[in-house]
Design a binder for this molecule. Structure first.
Ligand SMILES: [Zn+2]
Ligand SMILES: [Zn+2]
Length: 194
């Protein structure tokens, strides 16, 4: 009988022991959660404001962020903390926009990066956000292959995508034309760039 008693207590002890910290790698970020809650409340989405949770997940490799529905949770890659703060906030808003879009549409099926998500991005201050979830260092590697030069001051600007509209040098227009567009300062596309 004493032997049985010993087994019983050790069995209890096993179940009472708190899990070691490394089995719980996902940590909530109270500050970012509070920010998302406030942003959701400002968009008149009280349930999202109440339930949204932001956590850091060290298991994430190249994905910058993920949003879960209907959990209303956002996971962020801790590597984002080594990037510029802008990248963290942009990723957070990108993911929150997913939750905002789903919250607004209820059970209706929507395209993850469709017009509902794009509208939510605009509401959260990141209009024209791209549907990428990879870490910013990958995104930054995108080459700005399109370069334009001002015929007046020879300043060069570079863009990832070609500029569709007719554009002029901002500095020269401001200096010499009271801040209005003038054809004289129209940017000329460079022939070859890398
Ligand atoms: Zn997305
Ligand atoms: Zn110029």
């Amino acid at each position: 009988m004493p032997q049985l008693e010993f087994r019983w207590t050790s069995w209890l002890r096993i179940f009472k022991a708190p899990p070691p910290p490394e089995t719980k790698p996902v940590r909530e970020d109270g500050g970012l959660t509070a920010w998302c809650a406030e942003a959701s409340a400002n968009l008149f989405l009280p349930e999202l404001a109440r339930k949204v949770r932001v956590t850091w997940n060290p298991r994430m490799q190249t994905t910058a962020g993920r949003a879960w529905w209907p959990d209303r949770s956002i996971e962020l890659n801790p590597k984002l903390r080594q990037c510029e703060p802008d990248e963290l906030w942009r990723t957070l808003k990108h993911e929150l926009a997913h939750l905002v879009a789903y919250e607004r549409c209820g059970r209706r099926h929507i395209d993850p990066h469709g017009i509902e998500w794009q509208a939510a991005c605009a509401d959260l201050g990141i209009p024209g956000e791209q549907p990428f979830h990879t870490l910013p260092f990958k995104r930054r590697r995108m080459k700005r292959n399109h370069a334009y030069t001002c015929p007046n001051c020879f300043a060069t600007i570079r863009r990832v995508k070609p500029i569709q509209r007719t554009v002029a040098c901002y500095d020269c227009c401001r200096k010499f034309n009271h801040g209005h567009y003038h054809d004289r300062f129209r940017l000329i596309k460079n022939k070859s760039m890398n």
